[in-house]
Design a protein around this ligand. Structure first.
Ligand code: UVW
Length: 278
């Protein structure tokens, strides 16, 4: 890049910021007791040192947290090391061959570059004339096509595509099991919807649900075909437990998607706070 084009790009970004941008927070609040998959270690945030526990000579003191959580808890991204099929990771790597210390050096979450990309929200229930997708409903390629057509937002290579089902309304439900949906099932794409995304060569796909894809009633996480197709077969990252209601309510379907996973060396996932910038 030449100095001139660099300046031009910077100027354009600065001008946009100065003109004012809308920022939608697509991450969920992390709190003790929030719904999460029992497949992953529970979230725990404590305050082992409180103000006053150690007071400096000048009268000041600090409070310090201790955080314990799985990397697939709350809004999070799945790295390519997260899922294997028949012992193989994306690209054919041996899934049992985690590197020193059990870390996934080649496909760990630290290998996911920060994302600043075109984002598309596919508000499926809005397109189908529903308030939300029913429990256990499979979002089909026809539904995705209908949503794209209604919104006028085609999906292209390199995009980050976020699929709203409306299931996110259960995240703050006092019954914490509702969002996880092991009994009821959870709406989302199945194998066919995953292939629809893969055919369009998206960079990442996200949803407002616990596991991105449809969970059949009573089946829990026993079969996850979209994880296999997207992560293992096509190297497409997944983002789960997103908050897509605010951006949907604003009627924003196209935006700049911004997200930086924590560079947890060799980890299978990372908590994230994705943003949609308009
Ligand atoms: C959950 O189970 C929450 O999904 P994943 O394991 O794909 O992160």
């Amino acid at each position: 890049m030449t100095a001139t084009s660099h300046t031009t790009t910077t100027d354009r970004l600065l001008a946009a910021v100065q003109a004012g941008v809308e920022v939608y927070d697509l991450g969920r609040r992390l709190f003790f007791g929030m719904p999460q998959s029992p497949n992953h270690p529970a979230f725990l945030l404590t305050l082992p040192r409180r103000h006053g526990d150690m007071v400096r000579a000048d009268g000041g003191s600090a409070a310090n947290d201790l955080l314990v959580m799985g990397t697939h808890v709350g809004t999070h991204v799945d790295a390519l090391a997260h899922v294997s099929q028949d012992g193989r990771l994306h690209g054919g790597a041996d899934a049992s061959a985690a590197g020193a210390g059990g870390r996934y050096v080649e496909l760990g979450v630290h290998t996911i570059a920060p994302m600043v990309r075109r984002g598309v929200l596919l508000d499926v229930p809005a397109a189908l004339g529903q308030e939300f997708s029913p429990a256990g409903y499979e979002v089909t390629p026809d539904d995705l096509d209908a949503t794209v057509a209604r919104q006028g937002t085609p999906v292209g290579a390199g995009d980050v595509v976020l699929i709203r089902t409306g299931w996110g309304r259960h995240f703050d439900d006092p019954d914490r099991t509702r969002y996880v949906g092991h009994d009821s099932g959870v709406p989302g794409v199945g194998a066919d919807g995953a292939r629809w995304l893969a055919d369009r060569r998206v960079h990442a796909a996200g949803a407002d649900t616990i596991a991105f894809e449809r969970l059949a009633p009573g089946a829990g996480h026993s079969a996850l075909p979209a994880h296999r197709i997207l992560l293992v077969e096509h190297g497409i990252y997944l983002i789960e437990a997103m908050d897509l209601d605010g951006i949907a309510a604003a009627g924003v379907h196209e935006f700049t998607f911004v997200m930086a996973p924590l560079p947890l060396f060799g980890a299978t996932g990372s908590p994230v706070r994705p943003l949609a910038v308009v």
